[in-house]
Write a protein that binds this ligand. Structure first.
Ligand code: SF4
Length: 369
């Protein structure tokens, strides 16, 4: 049995403008010791999905299941969930400056986690807080333990958040954009720290990010989200070299890659912006931005289907393009071109979105996105 099994998770919020469906049928599973990276643009539902699992989306309409060690987190009583949070499931929130309480010293905040989950004396909790600060690489921990969050640098605050999340050796650690606010050298240190702590305790890790460099460094499994849904799931290697979904291809084409992997090529941003979750496009939600849009994409929503040839983790993608069109290579490009020529009728709905397949447009289909 997987440590965490999420099945058809749906989360929506009532707003003045109508029902906002933030997460629309998300499923995945994660074993102990594995790292899952959830990637996608802002507003794709990554944070809402994970916060919902630990009961932090008050007022939301929620359905589906999220079984942690067999027990459904979504229907668990508040007290039982509170006992799991912090102890069994640690959470590193985005932006540590606003997540740490500005009026309490960091040592007090660390000690509170320990005392909330066990009878620990104040002096023992303080000693443990100093130990934790040492463990996450904060220098002069016996002095820093009495600092307020505003007295620490961004990297130090992030380390405090990680120390807090790891204080009780959780079996699952959820880290929401843990490196976004940090410069690259501190980013590398923080990722290294999380890997070390994960290895020491065998914890499962969910890392939420839009940084594909973090994915390359950390992930066993990658789940790409768009407009509240998973659109592609694969192991890291398959995702980088044999991705199927045009949104994934677009994400990869829009970031600089390391030497030897397309380094030096022009970066290609994904056209347009994510859709409003209040009124999603019909059919495939990505179709107004997709260079490969076909008539069928404007009416029929593709489901996650297996893609042949993955290594390890099952590779699935929600796209109407041929399953053999994998990665940015010439053969896959030819398959995508062929599908677009066959699937875009003259004067049809796809032409209304992306225009006719002129010679120039045909050449552009060679681009990933
Ligand atoms: Fe969506 Fe169609 Fe583009 Fe696939 S080809 S991502 S189904 S619009």
């Amino acid at each position: 049995m997987a440590l965490l099994e999420v099945e058809d998770l749906r989360v929506s919020f009532a707003t003045e403008d109508g029902e906002l469906e933030a997460v629309r049928g998300l499923s995945f599973s994660l074993d102990a010791g594995q790292t899952l990276a959830i990637v996608g643009e802002s507003g794709s539902g990554k944070s809402v999905a994970t916060q919902t699992m630990v009961g932090l989306t008050a007022g939301a309409r929620i359905s589906g299941t999220a079984r942690f060690d067999g027990a459904d987190l979504l229907t668990m009583r508040a007290g039982a969930l509170r006992r799991l949070r912090g102890k069994e499931i640690g959470f590193v929130f985005q932006d540590p400056l606003t997540s740490l309480h500005p009026q309490y010293r960091v040592g007090w905040q660390l000690a509170e986690v320990l005392q909330a989950h066990g009878s620990v004396s104040s002096s023992a909790a303080r000693a443990r807080a100093i130990e934790l600060l040492t463990h996450v690489g904060i220098s002069q921990p016996d002095r820093r333990v009495d600092d307020y969050p505003h007295q620490l640098s961004g990297g130090m605050r992030q380390r405090v958040m990680i120390a807090m999340a790891m204080a009780l050796d959780p079996r699952l650690l959820i880290a929401d954009e843990p490196t976004t606010a940090l410069d690259v050298t501190v980013q590398a240190q923080v990722l290294e720290l999380m890997k070390r702590l994960q290895a020491e305790h065998g914890s499962a890790l969910i890392i939420i990010t839009h940084d594909l460099g973090v994915v390359a460094d950390m992930a066993d499994i990658v789940l790409v989200m768009y407009a509240g849904r998973a659109v592609e799931v694969a192991d890291r290697r398959t995702l980088y070299y044999r991705s199927h979904h045009p949104y994934t291809l677009g994400l990869l084409a829009s970031v600089p890659l390391a030497a030897g992997h397309g380094a030096g090529e022009r970066l290609v941003p994904i056209a347009g912006a994510p859709p409003s979750l209040l009124s999603l496009p019909a059919g495939c939600s990505f179709h107004p931005r997709c260079p490969f849009v076909m008539d069928v994409c404007t009416t029929t929503r593709p489901e996650l289907e297996p893609v042949p040839g993955g290594t390890g983790v099952a590779h699935t993608s929600a796209c109407h393009l041929p399953a053999q069109a994998l990665g940015p290579g010439a053969e896959a490009t030819a398959l995508r071109r062929e599908a677009v020529h066959a699937g875009r009728s003259a004067g049809g709905p796809a032409e209304a979105v992306a225009g006719p397949v002129t010679d120039a447009a045909d050449a552009a289909l060679g681009q990933p996105a």
